[in-house]
Design a protein around this ligand. Structure first.
Ligand code: AMP
Length: 200
């Protein structure tokens, strides 16, 4: 497919997800659908810039469907996370802080898919930044197949124990339906619900 990726994207979404693929092929399958959804709507994926795990899957699917992909990777992780040279823009930066700052700046909304401690860190930091007023961009957590059930139960426990409150809970949305969550994030970020422009 020939796609002009120099045009402004319809929206830009930062996806945090595992640098591993997980034990169930359904995780990669959903990551591919997420990337395809973004690309088919002329969207832009902002992510950590690696080819490994779900990160590579979502990037490849976005590119294959005609979307733009902005990868941002620290120099020290170029080998370890297999920097994705096929990104529309690949930025090799000096520090993890720079990576996270640029990812946050380039995105209109954030979505966390299943992942490990790197994904948790990115999700929680983006949530705390919203609480502190550093940004006001929507944030979603895909609770695919109950992957985050235990974490969400713990967070409820934090609320009932008085260390968190409902106003903080309203700053992020957890959903088990990836499509509903993506639509909500894009619309909450102020973009009309994008229509599919490319068939694969
Ligand atoms: P993981 O979820 O552990 O597989 O990691 C997913 C992504 O998060 C990878 O690109 C990691 O480089 C990244 N990551 C790891 N630690 C951090 C951190 N402290 N801040 C931001 N991203 C991180």
């Amino acid at each position: 497919m020939t796609v002009d990726t120099s045009v402004d994207p319809a929206f830009s979404i930062c996806v945090y997800c595992g640098s591993r693929a997980g034990a169930d092929a359904a995780f990669a399958d959903t990551a591919a659908r997420v990337g395809q959804w973004i690309g088919q709507r002329r969207g832009q994926l902002v992510y950590g810039g690696g080819r490994s795990g779900l990160m590579g899957v979502v990037a490849d699917a976005t590119l294959a469907a005609g979307g733009r992909v902005v990868g941002i990777i620290p120099r020290t992780l170029v080998e370890r996370e297999h920097a994705h040279r096929g990104c529309t823009e690949l930025h090799v930066v000096e520090t993890m802080h720079e990576r996270k700052r640029i990812m946050a700046e380039r995105a209109d909304a954030f979505l966390a898919l299943p992942g490990g401690i790197g994904t948790f860190e990115e999700f929680f930091e983006t949530w705390t930044w919203r609480q502190l007023g550093y940004h006001n961009k929507p944030l979603g957590l895909l609770n695919q197949q109950g992957y985050y059930d235990a974490m969400l139960r713990f967070i409820d426990h934090c609320v009932s124990s008085g260390f968190m409150d409902d106003s903080q809970m309203r700053l992020m949305s957890a959903d088990d339906d990836w499509q509903r969550l993506l639509q909500m994030l894009v619309e909450s970020a102020g973009f009309p619900l994008p229509t599919q422009v490319h068939a694969i």
